[in-house]
Design a protein around this ligand. Sequence first.
Ligand code: ZN
Length: 156
Amino acid sequence: MAIRKIRLEGDPVLAKKCRPVEKMTDKIHELIEDMLDTMYELNGVGLAAPQVGILKRIVVIDVGDGPIVLINPQILETDGEQTGDEGCLSVPGMAGEVTRPNYVKVTALNEDMQAFEAEGTELLARAFCHEIDHLDGVMYTSLVKGGLHPIEYEDE
Ligand code: ZN
């Protein structure tokens, strides 16, 4: 278990397409554990492997309902639309408005390399899209309309 260093926007690794995971190894298990530790430490709701410098199709998400690990995820279905602020651990302190589907269904492999499906609306749907985009080298900042702004906190 370890906290890994987050790559920040502008790092070329974040613009690359990631490779599928062919088989589970101890090293990949360790990577997934570290990704979860890193996401929780930084209070993120999702983290993709390229954000810790690894070009593999692995994503972890927790929107408050427990961790979801997605290996080689693919979006199967989307519906509706939501527009709202989005942020990213690779762009600390900033947010910007992005339109995403309001419902997303994905298929992926779990840590035993068994296929499963997951679906979500609102924040979870947004997280699926945002994190899977990372695996194709797409940053949310390229989808923002109207520019980025600093994240505002309630007590300011
Ligand atoms: Zn991100």
